[in-house]
Design a protein around this ligand. Structure first.
Ligand SMILES: [Zn+2]
Length: 444
């Protein structure tokens, strides 16, 4: 464990009390400006701002997610966006960034996080920089040797756009009420398929395992203005953005992106709908890795079908959320864990392999909790965190504030398979992550 930043309300009270005693005789003219200077005055009423920006590549780009796919994107099926939800209360901020991208790989998480944290003087715990893991979007890169110039340019523009859109969200802060509800969707399926060779030897391959564990929960948060007007929707669902496969050269948000777009179409374009990929390391869409949007007459293209199905459940849950509250306290925490590691692309567990760092971010707004994990968490881990969370509504968010690779639960290492082989974590890491996340939730 390296860095720990925990800002629980209790600790803040202790710190504030100490500071108050210390400063009592100094001056009476000091104003309590927030960090960043422009934070709203102290209030117990929750404030929120939202904004959305188009991040569809303007030029052909290398596409992320399938190593064998070479060549540049050919066209765009649906626009990619970044959606921002900012909460503020009592000088405490929470900036949620949902982006229609695969994730912030190859050092881009640290690079873009630092730019945002510095620009807005955030605590590391106050930023959730996340991606919905679409495999039909651009590769982010800062590698001038290997990266395509269009991708390098895209990544730089993305950084600037994210800063601008967060600034926009911060400029339209106002009182907000928030509530949450739960639905379920069969759109995601466990992809660890058991197969046998002619000698009867078993192995796990990427496919469909309809009986395997799948977190089917659709967790939805609803934000409304004090006059009742709907303002934003947040939803969390565990699925890879891999309805489209490595033969596809069309840009798309895939299932989660299409679900966001569907909900915005139904609720109104001004109701920003931000998706978060849940614990989806071993979950693919029911229809997976297809070569293209099928244009056969009468056929509904699978990404659209599944995105619409998920989106309709989000709207059902959203409309059923009756209780919203405007006095949500904000608390956040961040840690970089040094977890037992193993070589990537190997099944072997070396004894003295160096540890693999992993960022975990926890936050709550009132009694709605968020756990951001900087890697691809397998579904069993997300379910464990939710089951042990002291909060009924806990968003478990993969691909958040880092991109460390697959984190499988210990019992799956015996079976092996793609996620195990490519994981940079040793078997005991998952249990440590679950315990740490739950501890952080309790301390918020
Ligand atoms: Zn993945």
């Amino acid at each position: 464990m390296k860095k720990v930043f925990v800002f629980s309300p209790k600790r803040i009270i202790v710190i504030v009390t100490a500071l108050t005693i210390g400063l009592f005789f100094v001056t009476s003219s000091v104003q309590s400006k927030g960090r960043g200077g422009s934070r709203t005055a102290r209030t117990s009423a929750l404030q929120a701002g939202t904004a959305k920006v188009d991040i569809t590549p303007k030029k052909p780009v290398n596409m992320a997610g399938y190593g064998a796919r070479k060549g540049l994107s050919k066209d765009v099926h649906d626009p990619l966006s970044a959606r921002i939800i900012v909460f503020e209360n009592n000088d405490k901020r929470l900036v949620l960034v949902s982006s229609d991208l695969i994730g912030f790989y190859d050092g881009t998480a640290e690079y873009i996080r630092k730019a945002i944290v510095d620009e807005f003087q955030l605590e590391p715990s106050e930023l959730f920089l996340s991606a919905i893991h679409t495999h039909a979007g651009p590769t982010l890169t800062m590698d001038k040797e290997k990266g395509h110039p269009n991708n390098l340019e895209y990544t730089e523009h993305l950084k600037v756009k994210l800063i601008e859109v967060i600034r926009k969200a911060l400029s339209n802060m106002g009182p907000v009420n928030i509530g949450a509800g739960i639905g379920y969707s069969p759109v995601g399926a466990n992809r660890r398929e058991l197969t046998f060779d002619s000698s009867g030897n078993s192995s796990i391959r990427l496919g469909r395992n309809p009986y395997g564990p799948t977190d089917k929960e659709v967790l939805v948060a609803k934000m409304t203005k004090p006059n009742g007007k709907t303002m934003a929707a947040l939803f969390d669902y565990a699925s890879h953005g891999t309805c489209l496969g490595g033969k596809n050269y069309t840009i798309s948000g895939d299932v989660l992106g299409l679900a966001e777009q569907f909900v915005e179409k139904i609720l109104g374009d001004d109701v920003i709908t931000a998706a978060f990929a849940g614990a989806s390391g071993n979950i693919d869409p029911w229809f997976r890795v297809l070569p293209a949007f099928n244009t056969e007459p009468g056929w509904i293209p699978e990404p659209v079908l599944l995105g619409t199905m998920l989106g309709e459940e989000v709207v059902h849950v959203f409309r059923d959320i009756g209780k919203v509250s405007g006095d949500g306290e904000i608390a956040t925490a961040f840690i970089t864990l040094e977890l037992p590691g193993k070589p990537r692309s190997e099944d072997t567990i070396e004894k003295n392999h160096p540890p693999t760092p992993l960022n975990i971010t926890a936050a709550r707004v009132g009694d709605i909790a968020f756990v951001g994990i900087g890697c691809e968490v397998l579904t069993e881990i997300g379910m464990a965190i939710k089951a042990a969370s002291p909060y009924k509504h806990t968003f478990v968010i993969s691909h958040c504030n880092g991109a460390a690779g697959y984190l499988p639960p210990e019992h799956l290492y015996i079976e092996g398979g793609y996620e195990i082989r490519s994981s940079p974590f040793a078997p005991q890491a998952a249990d440590m992550v679950v315990k740490q996340a739950v501890k952080m939730l309790h301390e918020l």
